[in-house]
Write a protein that binds this ligand. Structure first.
Ligand code: NAD
Length: 503
């Protein structure tokens, strides 16, 4: 962080965003203070009233215009993602494309899912007409991570906007230029009011947003930070969605297509240098196919190369501190009797980490227990799929997972037993590309859902309205009611609900 001084007075603090491959500065951004954040939230409050009052059609029109702007200028945005995170350009473009699919879905489905709907009142309230509505919350604060600086925050921002809210967005301090691009593109399309605003800074700026008067926080980041955000949100009883880390398991059944499974596990583990919340970190393979699978996986992963050039399969680690964690996990696994069948300690050559496959790693070790967030995976032999499921589920994380099996029935049964918010069968991260599906986890992976109908409803207040159409036959909400009225109602209740059910 730098401080800008004038006549001995600190005017403002700034920070630099750096290219992780070269260390070169990309841009200088303000460290927004608590007062800056509060001012942005106050402006957003007015913008929310306008945006909320625009109506579904007008909001949809503007969101779709934003979407087409992003895809038309995908090259420019991808370049920013590439230089701020280090990920290959093609990966950056794919990430942006996936985000666009979500903006499109949220814009086109918000009305159908959230518009006021008449519901049946039931026999007891037959004199009432009833409606269920989903009203916008007002102002949503979105705090983003750096690993997917477009796809991840868009998963909250686009759904919150489509539901009729204004948004104040604090991108990660590693990717402020990407955040700024998204916000200014939106402002070009919606110039009337600051419906989507940017605040930049480090942890304290995020904390200021969580302590402000926003109506909800959508946080994506580590479980450790989520705990701090939750504590900050407690001040105002601000509700929170927490999309946190993962330790995703990947099951290989005896009847799996091993080539497809090895290819998917390699990509799931090493793409984006393993810095993916739903990346593959633990593989459990049924013993009959363990050796064949391991051979195919090692062959596939040995061909991968980290680098900054166009041919590299993946880029550098974005945060240098994450390299220390990766190193610790490899060292701990080896010290506890694990074997590196591909790579090892020498695979860490900052800022790059080459692929590492670890076997015979005790389940109690760091590489199995904690999020590694690097191109490293453990491969463990299990007696059968049941043992694989049991080990996969014995984690404090519960985000994504994958099952490979040639039998639809086996795979579906295993998927349902996985303690994970999302499971892909015979692919990795298939669920992230289906906008109609909810995205999120449990345990240390957080709570709440983005994407799909659940993701839209997260950014609303469910509201009930009844209108009395006629006077009730028996009015229970008056001091004029008699004991006889109550007895009559209970007699009716017994008639309706008192029938014996056979067990
Ligand atoms: P992080 O927790 O370090 O930071 C996330 C954001 O929180 C940043 O914008 C940061 O400035 C802000 N922040 C830091 N301290 C804060 C505080 N006290 N109060 C409020 N905000 C604060 O995470 P990261 O390193 O940016 O991202 C990597 C993590 O994110 C990994 O654990 C990864 O698994 C997770 N992630 C999860 C998902 C998901 O959808 N579940 C998606 C992407 C990343």
């Amino acid at each position: 962080m730098n401080t800008v001084w004038a006549q001995g007075q600190a005017l403002a603090e700034t920070f630099e965003s750096l290219n992780p491959a070269t260390g070169e500065p990309i841009g200088t951004f303000p460290v927004n203070s608590r007062a800056d954040v509060d001012a942005a939230v106050a402006r957003a409050r007015e913008a929310a009233a306008w945006w909320g009052g625009l109506g579904w059609k007008e909001r949809q029109r503007r969101l779709l215009a934003w979407k087409s702007h992003i895809i038309r200028y995908i090259g420019r945005l991808a370049e920013l993602v590439h230089i701020e995170t280090g990920k290959p350009l093609a990966d950056a473009k794919l990430e942006i494309f996936l985000a666009v699919v979500h903006i499109d879905w949220a814009a086109r489905h918000a009305r159908k899912i959230l518009e006021p709907r008449r519901v049946r009142s039931g026999l007891v309230a037959v004199n009432q007409a009833s409606w269920r509505e989903y009203a916008p919350l007002g102002v949503v604060g979105v705090i983003g991570p750096w690993n997917y600086p477009v796809f991840t925050p868009i998963g909250s921002i686009s759904y919150a906007l489509a539901a009729g809210n204004a948004v104040v967005f604090k991108p990660s301090e590693f990717t402020p230029a990407v955040g700024g691009w998204l916000v200014s593109a939106f402002a070009d399309i919606v110039p009337e009011h600051p419906v989507l605003q940017l605040v930049t800074g480090l942890g304290p700026t995020g904390e200021a947003l969580a302590r402000s008067t926003v109506d909800k926080i959508a946080f994506t980041g580590s479980s450790a930070t989520a705990r701090k955000v939750m504590a900050a949100c407690a001040d105002n009883l601000t509700p929170l969605i927490a999309e946190c880390g993962g330790k995703d398991a990947f099951l290989v059944a005896a009847d799996a297509d091993l080539d497809a499974a090895a290819d998917a596990a390699a990509w799931g583990a090493a793409s984006n240098a393993g810095q993916t919340c739903i990346g593959v970190e633990r593989v459990y393979v049924v013993q009959d196919v363990y050796h064949s699978f391991l051979e195919k996986l090692s062959e596939r992963m040995s061909q991968l190369r980290a680098g900054d050039d166009r041919e590299a399969h993946y880029g550098p680690m974005t945060m240098t501190s994450q390299v220390d964690i990766v190193e610790d996990h490899i060292a701990d696994a080896l010290a506890r009797g694990g074997r590196a069948v591909l790579g090892g300690m020498q695979s860490v050559r900052r800022p790059y980490v080459d692929p590492v496959i670890l076997t015979d790693v005790p389940e109690t070790s760091m590489a199995v227990q904690d999020e590694t967030f690097g191109p490293i995976l453990t491969v463990t032999k299990v007696a059968d799929l049941e043992e694989g499921i049991a080990l996969a589920n014995a984690s404090r994380y519960a985000l994504g997972s994958a099952v490979f099996s040639g039998s639809k029935k086996t795979a579906m049964a295993a998927a349902r037993q996985m303690r994970a918010g999302m499971t892909a069968i015979n692919s990795v991260i298939g669920f992230a590309s289906v906008p109609a599906l909810p995205f999120g986890g449990a345990g240390d992976s957080g709570f709440g859902r983005i994407h799909g109908p659940d993701g839209l409803r997260e950014f609303t207040m469910a509201k009930a309205i009844t209108r009395q159409r006629m006077r009730p036959l028996m009015n229970m909400t008056t001091f004029n009611r008699t004991d006889k009225d109550v007895s009559k109602l209970l007699a009716l209740g017994t008639l309706i609900h008192g029938r014996r059910y056979r067990r």
